[in-house]
Write a protein that binds this ligand. Structure first.
Ligand code: 5GP
Length: 120
């Protein structure tokens, strides 16, 4: 899948539509999900134009990959979710029901989160 610069997260990165920002640095932007599935539901996205996790790892340089992981960890720590636990989810591609084709990680926390995946 080639990167579509008109996707909603690209527009958020360009400041064309607003978001509730949680954290930002040179490598990542973290913001609240517009339809939260848990009391804490934050999306963390790299600043570069990557569609999926595999695209990110294949195409980003080492500084971007490390910077993104550090930003994700800082966002988790700042959200005060470590003590009670949290879940990271990244949907990639059709079978995972990825809606927005810009690589992102969901941070979910604040309630018991149930089973990992539903039975088919
Ligand atoms: P995906 O299914 O691609 O992993 O998840 C995309 C997520 O983006 C969904 O949880 C959805 O609620 C969220 N989302 C979609 N559009 C917007 C938006 O305009 N702003 C914010 N903050 N979140 C969005």
């Amino acid at each position: 899948m080639s990167y579509d610069p008109s996707n909603i997260f690209a527009k958020i990165l360009r400041g064309e539509i607003p978001c509730k920002k949680v954290y930002e640095d040179d490598f990542a932007l973290a913001f609240n999900d517009i339809h939260p599935q848990a009391p804490t539901h934050i999306l963390v996205i790299p600043k570069g134009p990557y569609t999926t996790y595999d695209d990110f790892i294949a195409s980003a340089d080492d500084a971007e990959i490390a910077g993104f992981q550090r930003a994700l960890a800082k966002t988790i720590n700042d959200a005060n979710v470590v003590a009670d636990g949290y879940r990271l989810i990244s949907n990639n591609g059709v079978n995972a029901h990825q809606e927005v084709p810009h690589y992102h990680v969901h941070i979910l926390a604040g309630r018991p989160l149930g089973v990992l995946v539903e039975k088919a």
